[in-house]
Ligand binder design. Sequence first.
Ligand code: UD1
Ligand code: UDP
Length: 367
Amino acid sequence: MSKCVLHVVGARPNFMKMAPLVRNLWASPGGYDHLLVHTGQHYDEHLNDSIFRDLGLKAPDIHLGSGSGTHAEQTSRIMLAFEKLVAERAPSLVVVAGDVNSTLACSVVAAKANVPVAHLEAGLRSGDWTMPEEINRIVTDRLTRLYLTPSPDADENLLREGVDPARIARVGNCMIDSLVTHVSAARSGGALARFGVEPRGFALATLHRPSNVDDPARLQKLVDVLSNIGARLPIVFPVHPRTRARMQAASISLEALAQRGLFVSEPLGYLDFLQLEDAAAVVMTDSGGVQEETTALGVPCLTVRDNTERPITITDGTNKLVGSNPDVLPAEVAAVLAGQARRGKVPDLWDGKAGQRAADAIRSFLS
Ligand code: UD1
Ligand code: UDP
């Protein structure tokens, strides 16, 4: 069997991060088969197929079909399937991305099989252990051999935790590579017309963090505040399946929201979402990737969280942490509309070439 590297994806944000890296390695494989492995964590048309299509990414070489469940159910199902695959293929390296359960599951399996792990987007820390993603990041980085980092803060976190500097390659932000590749196609898309909104004449909102959507009272409060803002400024609100399920459970009617200035939709395709993100007057979110993309696009972002693992979007970019109390949002949105948002700059190495640098680091590690 030929020598191979397994590149793991599972959830929506993994696809944008991994696409630029695997494309580069497929073009110049350095003597290895580079196989794309999908754990099956996300599987809906809206979270999965449409994103693969928009990224122009070929179907995964291997699909583990793990699906949803509690943290333990999902993580253990991925581990069982991935362990078999690792035993069959004996990979020379496993590459994981970001901070989702698929990342954790596959890095634990690889490390126990003595297969080195490369972590794309290593070193980010929110300092908030109540976030499942923080646990995933920290465990993955304890097991990682090659750290592919997006920003200096990530390097500093790893060095503080005792990581050997020789194992860190600051490659930049792969998710922004995908943005750079696709933004012009996105700009000529039809999402603005479909929602009937004008550039800078609307806001875009996404919410899916358990801390915001899993508590019914908090979710109700958030949608009430969004509706109040929506009465003055139209808001496009693509609803994540976790959020949709919680809204249904809390008897929050999507139809009622639609009558209060919120354009509620299924999760959008990547190109549609990018077009709206680029043209929005302001974005309200709890997403990690959206904090970064708004900084890359120079669009004001209000992050509805108490902390962020992406502080560079605040120090350099257009992001503002507004905290977890939704009551502050109307005044924050008004301030942005009054021209008080940070202008920001695009961080170093968020230049569309991170995938190339990450591929170089991997080829050099393998040789
Ligand atoms: C996951 C990641 C989160 C990431 C987000 C990106 C973890 C712990 N969380 O959160 O870090 O920001 O993806 O979107 O890995 N569901 C569907 N269809 C799907 C997938 C999920 O309906 O294709 C529903 C299921 O009811 C599922 C729930 O959404 O139980 C949550 O899915 P899951 O993948 O566990 O976590 P996310 O909230 O999507
Ligand atoms: N995104 C998308 N459609 C949507 C919402 C987001 O394509 O309706 C994209 C967004 O452009 C970014 C990524 O999804 O590239 C962010 O993923 P998500 O918010 O699900 O996860 P996080 O980054 O918080 O882990």
